[in-house]
Design a protein around this ligand. Structure first.
Ligand code: NAD
Length: 363
């Protein structure tokens, strides 16, 4: 049965593979579950990251995604000042076809078997009701529904953090931390994108959206009649007068094809791992485009998701998300003063914190 055929060669893990502390390949033929759990680092605390449920061209791509995303979570959590390491899991397959209670429970048992080294919550393709199911067999779950005592969906905090990141970037680039009158293009108006549009409209920005699906776009324009729509991301990135481009769909949004035609002066979005390749940030800088590192500005979700674990009240969580403005500004200033790209500056800050924690643990 091909759905349980795990033959990912070790070589496919790529050159960064041995940065990771633990990678678990999970399968449960009875439910059709095939998943990858990657724990990148527990230096700062248990590996924390969402569970993504989607199809992949092949198992290698799923493993690579889990490895990259878990690494990104180590940096995101460190940058946000959270005492959590980095982890991520992916469930392979089409959630619309494959998702079942049996499968989610099987997945929860795998997460439980790690004994708290990995804590997970919802991500692309999973939602709070899924985490309620997983949480029946596993303690190490965040973003359960509010009715079960969880923090609920973290997307509103992610959107709030993004707006702070955009304002800080606007201040850095244009001298005033305001989005009023700026044109912001949002690619992907799902959970985060929709709430981002709402906040941008409130900030007085002009908003242009696109999505692969009609339904999310319809929901946006029904609510915000002033929002403009373009057919696809290709049209959005080429739009004359675009000030800020916000990739809010999948990773890899910025590549060699996008950079030369992108009209925006700032890139600041929710998607994880936006750079298809590390060189892309230099190419953006060469064109004078300011890239705001994704994990710096999309940390609101992780801050929100762990609020109850950390004993924070909702207002304390909001105050922590508000600090993304200062964090973004500090990263951009550090980059400018050090002659670094923002991504390099952010990585150095995060790596210092992880290394210090790892050192403390050893001593
Ligand atoms: P979502 O699945 O709710 O929304 C994604 C949207 O993007 C969907 O409407 C989908 O149709 C659209 N889309 C997919 N491919 C597209 C394409 N090629 N062009 C245009 N639109 C496309 O997901 P979400 O929770 O809103 O998350 C969006 C991104 O932000 C993801 O990369 C996620 O990992 C990241 N993120 C989310 C959170 C959170 O709190 N939800 C936190 C941090 C990071």
């Amino acid at each position: 049965m091909s759905s349980v055929d795990f033959r990912t060669p070790l070589a496919a893990f790529g050159p960064d593979s041995f940065e990771h502390e633990q990678v678990v390949l999970c399968q449960d033929p009875a439910s059709g579950l095939k998943a990858v759990i990657a724990v990148h680092s527990t230096a700062l605390g248990p590996g924390l990251g969402g569970t993504r449920f989607r199809t992949y061209p092949g198992d290698d791509e799923a493993v690579t995604d889990a490895l990259n995303l878990s690494r990104g979570m180590s940096y995101k959590n460190a940058m946000a000042g959270l005492d959590f390491g980095g982890g991520k899991s992916v469930i392979i397959g089409d959630p619309a076809r494959l998702k079942s209670e049996e499968l989610l429970l099987a997945f929860g048992r795998f997460v439980a078997s790690l004994g708290g080294r990995f804590i997970t919550g919802c991500d692309l393709g999973t939602d709070v009701s899924d985490m309620d199911v997983v949480g029946r067999v596993c303690r190490w779950i965040v973003t359960r529904s509010r009715k079960t005592g969880g923090t609920g969906d973290p997307s509103s905090s992610t959107a709030l953090g993004l707006v702070h990141g955009m304002r800080a970037a606007a201040g850095h680039r244009w001298g005033a931390p305001s989005l009023r009158g700026r044109t912001v293009g949002v690619a992907g108006v799902g959970k985060v994108g929709h709430l981002l549009v709402e906040r941008l409209v409130h900030e007085g920005a002009r908003v242009v959206v696109t999505d692969l699906l009609e339904e999310p776009v319809r929901r946006v324009v029904e609510k915000f009649r002033q929002v403009a729509v373009v057919d696809d991301t290709e049209s959005l990135i080429r739009l004359p007068g675009l000030d800020i481009y916000a990739p809010c769909a999948l990773g890899g949004a910025l590549d060699e094809a996008v950079v030369p035609v992108l009209t925006a002066e700032i890139v600041c979005g929710a998607a994880n791992n936006q750079l298809s390749h590390p060189d892309v940030e230099q190419q953006l800088a060469d064109r004078g485009i300011l890239y705001v590192p994704d994990y710096v500005v999309n940390a609101g979700g992780a801050i929100h998701a762990t609020g109850d674990l950390r004993g924070r009240s909702p207002s304390q969580v909001t105050a922590e998300v508000d600090r993304i403005f200062d964090t973004t500004r500090a990263v951009l200033e550090h980059a400018e003063s050090g002659g670094l790209l923002p991504g390099e500056a952010a990585d150095r800050i995060a790596e210092q914190r992880i290394a210090a924690a790892a050192g403390e643990r050893r001593s």
